[in-house]
Design a protein around this ligand. Structure first.
Ligand SMILES: *[C@@H]1O[C@H](CO)[C@@H](O)[C@H](O)[C@H]1NC(C)=O
Ligand SMILES: *[C@@H]1O[C@H](CO)[C@@H](O)[C@H](O)[C@H]1NC(C)=O
Length: 147
């Protein structure tokens, strides 16, 4: 219940643009838009850790995973990636991200440390793109609207 209240307090929408590459935050009705991050390569995936109050993104061209607070401050590089990253998803203090060439899903703690390459087998595909994590019991009161 307490976590749900935090969600109500922070009703924000985040999005990234390409050329110029920026990260913005906005109100859910889109009336208030603020640029929070610039100086990026090419930001594809975004995800939020509501416990740590940070947003992280996959910088495809910059080949790195970065995070900042909701104002774009306290920005830090989580890791430089071997392949170009597309998607990032955060759960329980761990960032999971997809890359192409090599095609991988990797993870590392938000506090830093070693990268783990998930053993998900070999795929004959150009690149891994999107990623999302299902973790029931966190972040929401299930409503089952799509069940
Ligand atoms: C990272 O990996 C190195 C080499 O395997 C190991 O010595 C080190 O303890 C690891 N660091 C963390 C934070 O797990
Ligand atoms: C991989 O995919 C390509 C394009 O679909 C196909 O031409 C090729 O035969 C596939 N290779 C293997 C080993 O399945």
């Amino acid at each position: 219940m307490v976590l749900n209240c935090i969600f109500i307090t922070f009703r924000l929408l985040f999005f990234s643009t390409y050329n110029p590459t920026r990260v913005y935050k906005a109100s859910l009705d889109g009336t208030t838009v603020t640029q929070i991050v610039s100086g990026l390569g090419d930001v594809c995936g975004l995800d939020i850790d509501i416990c740590a109050n940070i947003i992280c993104w996959a910088d495809h061209a910059g080949k790195r995973i970065e995070c900042s607070n909701y104002m774009g401050d306290e920005r830090r590089e989580l890791t430089r990636t071997t392949g170009k990253p597309w998607g990032v998803a955060i759960q329980d203090g761990v960032a999971y991200y997809t890359t192409g060439t090599p095609n991988r899903v990797s993870s590392l703690p938000l506090t830093g440390g070693n990268v783990t390459i998930l053993d998900i087998g070999t795929f004959n595909t150009s690149s891994f793109y999107g990623i999302a994590i299902l973790h029931r019991g966190h972040h929401c009161i299930p409503t089952g609207i799509w069940e």
